[in-house]
Design a protein around this ligand. Sequence first.
Ligand SMILES: O=c1[nH]c(=O)n([C@H]2C[C@H](O)[C@@H](COP(=O)(O)O)O2)cc1CO
Length: 148
Amino acid sequence: MNIYFCGSIRGGREDVKIYQRIVKKLQTYGKVLTEHVGHADLSEKGEDAVLDGDKAIHNRDMEWLTSADVIVAEVTQPSLGVGYELGRAVAMKKRILCLFRPSSGRVLSAMIRGADGGLDSSLFQVQDYTEEEVDGILEKYFGKLTKS
Ligand SMILES: O=c1[nH]c(=O)n([C@H]2C[C@H](O)[C@@H](COP(=O)(O)O)O2)cc1CO
C-alpha cells in the first residue's frame, strides 16, 4: 500500500516529533512516499537538495499523490502545502484521514473540518486526537481499510 503523509514544512516544524511518530507507525502498513516530512533535520526552509527547486518538489509530490492508496495528514500546524495537497487529493477521489490535536488551542479550518463525510466509511475523515491516542487511531483506521 502506498501511503502519502502530509505535514507542515514551511508552515512551521513545531510538530515534527509527532510527524515522526506517525510516519513510523504508517510504515508498518505500507510504503510512506513522503517519509522526509517526518525527518527532524528537515527545516522549515524545505528540501534544498532538490535540483530544480520548488517545481521539482511540486511535480514529484503530485506524482506521489496520484499513486497513493491513502493520504494521512497531520493538520494541527496550519500549512498551505498541506491544504493544497488535501484539495488535490479530494479532486482525485482519494481516501483521506486528517488528524488534529484540539489541545493545541487552535481551531481547525472549516474547509478541512467541514469536508468530513460524517460516516465511518466516508473518503474524507477528520479525527481529533491526543498524542497518546495516535497509534490506536491508526490501528483502527488501517484495520478497517485492509478488511475492506
Ligand atoms: O520541501 C518541501 N517538500 C515537500 O514535500 N513539501 C510538501 C509535503 C508536505 O506535506 C507539504 C508541506 O507544505 P508547506 O511547506 O507549505 O508547509 O508540502 C513541501 C516542501 C516545502 O514547501
